[in-house]
Structure formats: structure tokens, C-alpha cells
Design a protein around this ligand. Structure first.
Ligand SMILES: Nc1ncnc2c1ncn2[C@@H]1O[C@H](COP(=O)(O)OP(=O)(O)OP(=O)(O)O)[C@@H](O)[C@H]1O
Ligand SMILES: [Mg+2]
Length: 154
């Protein structure tokens, strides 16, 4: 059976640490290394932060929905993560994925969140609809020898 979890929480900055730790705790079923765990935490943090700071702009009913699936493979495992909001959506996803692109340049944002997620995870995609929300999907291959990772990346 595939192990999974679903989590819905308020899109507020106080919940960023909880979301990051919850996904990391779930990932433990796949026996990740400390580096793999830290990569997962970093990527989840960036995705949840985006829901908090960009998706709702202070509106009501701000929520983040996190779904994870742990797939055991012969060589190790694959952690699938989807992080979704029901917020404003992204006008131009390709542009948003460009390193250093940010719509909040006057604040402390650097426009590197999506780039960080892509760097730390093995698969990454963004689906967004204006006025409906955004879903970020990511995969992390865990405990695999480098050759196996290359085969799966091919
Ligand atoms: N969940 C979201 N809802 C709406 N817009 C988003 C969402 N996530 C990202 N964006 C848009 O994509 C842009 C790029 O996101 P990214 O995370 O790469 O950078 P940032 O959040 O602006 O800065 P940083 O992550 O470095 O603090 C954001 O500035 C924002 O306009
Ligand atoms: Mg960001």
C-alpha cells in the first residue's frame, strides 16, 4: 500500500515551521539522510511561505493544503509533495519561475523561492489559475545510489 497524508492549515507565517516539520516527519518512513531531509524542509518552507505571502494578500479563509505520498522502491523511495492554495493565482508562471523575479521587490523577498525548490528537489512543476489558486508539485528521490537517480531522471 502507498503511504500518504493530507494536511490543511491556515496560511499564516506561524504555521510555516509546523508544515515543514510535518512533511519531514512523514518523510522519515523512507529513511532519508539528514541532507535529504534538510532539502525537503527547505523546499516545503519556500512553497508554504509563498502561499502565506503571495496567495491571499490578507484576505479571509487563507489556507494551505499539503498532500504527500511515500512510494517505496527497490532502491529506496520517492516522496511526492503537493502544496496548494486557493488564492489569487499566478498571472505568468514562466515569468514567476525566473530566478530573481518577484512581485514584492520592495520587501525582503529576493525572487529565489521557486529556484530553490527546483534546486533541492528532483521533480518540480507549478499549476496556477488566476483567481483560483496555485499548486506546486515536487518529488524527492530518497536513499538511491547516484546511478539509479540518473536512470530515473532520464
Ligand atoms: N502561491 C502563490 N500565489 C500567488 N503568487 C505566487 C505564489 N507563489 C509565487 N507567486 C509569485 O511568483 C513570484 C516568484 O516566487 P518566488 O518564491 O520565486 O519569489 P518570492 O517569493 O517573490 O521571493 P523569495 O521566495 O525569494 O522570498 C512571487 O513574487 C509571486 O509573484
Ligand atoms: Mg517565495
Amino acid at each position: 500500500m502507498t503511504n500518504y497524508m493530507k494536511l490543511e492549515l491556515a496560511a499564516i507565517s506561524e504555521n510555516e515551521g509546523f508544515a515543514r516539520s510535518a512533511v519531514a516527519a512523514f518523510a522519515l518512513t523512507l529513511n532519508p539522510s539528514l541532507t535529504e531531509l534538510s532539502d525537503i524542509k527547505t523546499a516545503v518552507s519556500e512553497a508554504v511561505t509563498n502561499c502565506v505571502v503571495h496567495a491571499y494578500k490578507g484576505g479571509e479563509n487563507a489556507c494551505v493544503i499539503i498532500e504527500c505520498r511515500a512510494e517505496k522502491t527497490e532502491a529506496g523511495g520517492i516522496l511526492h509533495i503537493a502544496i496548494a492554495d486557493r488564492g489569487c493565482g499566478i498571472e505568468d508562471v514562466d515569468k514567476a519561475l525566473t530566478p530573481f523575479f518577484t512581485t514584492l521587490s520592495d520587501e525582503e523577498r529576493s525572487g529565489m523561492g521557486f529556484t530553490i525548490m527546483q534546486t533541492f528537489m528532483h521533480e518540480f512543476s507549478v499549476e496556477s489559475a488566476k483567481g483560483k489558486g496555485t499548486t506546486v508539485r515536487m518529488c524527492k528521490k530518497i536513499g538511491m545510489p547516484e546511478t539509479e537517480k540518473e536512470r530515473l531522471n532520464a
